[in-house]
Design a protein around this ligand. Structure first.
Ligand code: CO8
Length: 257
């Protein structure tokens, strides 16, 4: 399928989506979001794909929602058109999604990265929620997810002042899992995704579901959810294979059953 605003590729069980609007620093237009959703639908339906990487360019992961497209929206356009809700597709993805971020991840770009399961940051990455400078506030999770990642004080300062965080600060604050030299970012993200894709897909998906549940419920309910999923894993062929392979000192061959 041909795309106008993204490049879609796959190798070694990993789906790669590259945001590709270089002249607009990958500003997130409605076309781009629809294309990302379509690509995710394809990767979710493809049983050969076990993990997905979303990345941008060296200069920008994404410099936010497309300001030129959004500037003339009326309240009714936004409300009746359910503006932003299609973005949820990224957070709803059941397979793991890694954000590989170099350069600017601002506004909706930072929010898109935070919808992924974890963020690998190039040493050039810069994160920010500059919406306040445009007379609005974050609208795709920035005031909620950022606060859970970095705590109230930093999130509040970033949302109220538009200050950007560099990669070092983002790692220190728990926003990103690792910093990688910019020239190695894609290779490292693909290697990390392949590692995940080589494990049992149902076990990977249940693990993702369980970690995400920790954001959405009480500790008691989350522990119960985790225990139930853990018990259910003993009904899978992959649990039998994984543990047999350890005992027999060989590499496990997971069958995704
Ligand atoms: N939207 C549209 N076009 C953009 C955007 C954007 N977010 N960011 C950059 N561009 C365009 C510029 O207009 C420029 O185009 P042109 O050459 O035609 O003038 C081109 O990209 C290059 O940009 P600059 O010349 O500005 O490049 P610089 O290197 O000088 O600056 C910056 C880079 C600092 C990233 C700067 O471009 C900038 O500040 N961009 C805007 C960042 C921003 O405010 N982002 C938040 C947007 S609001 C938002 O995301 C709300 C999310 C709420 C959810 C929305 C759901 C859809």
């Amino acid at each position: 399928m041909a795309y106008d605003t993204i490049i879609v590729d796959s190798r070694d069980g990993v789906g790669l989506i590259t945001l590709n609007r270089p002249k607009a620093l990958n500003a997130l237009s409605s076309t781009l979001i629809a294309e990302v959703s379509k690509a995710l639908d394809g990767f979710e339906a493809d049983e050969k794909i076990g993990a997905i990487v979303i990345t941008g360019s060296e200069k920008a992961f994404a410099a936010g929602a497309d300001i030129k497209e959004m500037s003339s929206l009326s309240y009714m356009d936004a409300y009746l058109g359910d503006f932003i809700t299609p973005w949820d597709r990224v957070a709803q993805c059941r397979k793991p999604v890694i954000a590989a971020v170099a350069g600017y991840a601002l506004g909706g770009g930072c929010e898109l990265a935070m919808m992924c399961d974890f963020i690998l940051a190039a040493d050039t990455a810069k994160f920010g929620q500059p919406e306040i400078t445009l007379g609005v506030m974050p609208g795709a999770g920035g005031s909620q997810r950022l606060t859970r990642f970095v705590g109230k004080s930093k999130a509040m300062e970033m949302c109220l002042t538009g200050r950007m965080m560099d990669a070092e600060e983002a790692e220190r604050s728990g926003l990103v899992s690792r910093i990688i030299p910019a020239e190695d970012l894609i290779d490292e993200a693909m290697k990390t995704a392949k590692k995940i894709a080589d494990f049992s897909l149902p076990i990977v998906m249940m693990t993702k579901e369980s970690v995400n549940r920790s954001y959405e419920t009480t500790l008691k309910e989350g522990l119960l959810f985790e225990r139930r999923l853990f018990h259910s894993m003993f009904a899978t062929d992959d649990q039998k294979e994984g543990m047999a392979a350890f005992v027999e000192k060989r590499t496990a061959q997971f069958s995704n059953k």
